[in-house]
Ligand binder design. Structure first.
Ligand code: HEC
Length: 147
């Protein structure tokens, strides 16, 4: 929500500056203003794309951390695609719920995070192995499964 507000705000400021830059003036003061506006406009372009690039890097990083932890600790039971490992389920006599994007969409994030931290039934808790941030990243990674 905060990110959306940020984007809206950026859009508003950018539009205001660009629209303001439309009226042409001929005196020196006006020319200086025009140059300044051009400069502001190019800064705005950088500001926009800089945010997009940084966002993409941050996302890729979260993705990599979550994916690594998932492959190491969760995949044996939950399977690479999140649908659950049938062989393990049978041998342990447990049913493994799907942890795909579609399945997790219907679940409450806080409840999922608490299962990851504390465990549930035959699933062990991971509070000692993963920081709260890493637990969140694994959850974020699982939400990309099957998407
Ligand atoms: C030993 C097998 C096993 C491992 C390893 C395992 N899980 Fe689970 N997981 C289960 C089982 C079984 C359940 C169902 C628990 C219940 O409801 O009784 C479950 C449930 C869950 C749920 C709740 C899904 C839902 O819809 O209720 C999440 C989220 C989850 N696991 C994430 C993880 C993550 C993240 C890891 C690795 C850090 C992990 N699991 C490792 C067996 C495992």
């Amino acid at each position: 929500m905060q990110r959306l507000d940020g984007v809206r705000w950026k859009l508003k400021v950018s539009c205001e500056v660009l629209l303001y830059g439309q009226d042409e003036t001929t005196n020196t003061e006006g020319k200086h203003m025009a140059i300044r506006r051009q400069w502001i406009a190019s800064s705005l372009v950088l500001w926009w794309f800089g945010g997009v690039i940084l966002g993409a890097i941050a996302f890729a990083e979260a993705d990599a951390v979550g994916k690594k932890a998932y492959q190491k600790m969760c995949q044996s039971c939950h399977a690479a695609d999140g649908t659950g490992n049938n062989t393990i389920a049978k041998s342990m006599k447990i049913s493994i719920p799907p942890v795909t994007g579609a399945a997790l969409e219907k679940q409450d994030d806080a409840a999922m995070l608490s299962i990851i931290a504390e465990g549930k039934g035959k699933m062990p808790g991971y509070a000692k192995m993963l920081s709260a941030e890493e637990q969140q990243k694994v959850l974020d990674y699982m939400k990309t499964l099957g998407r």
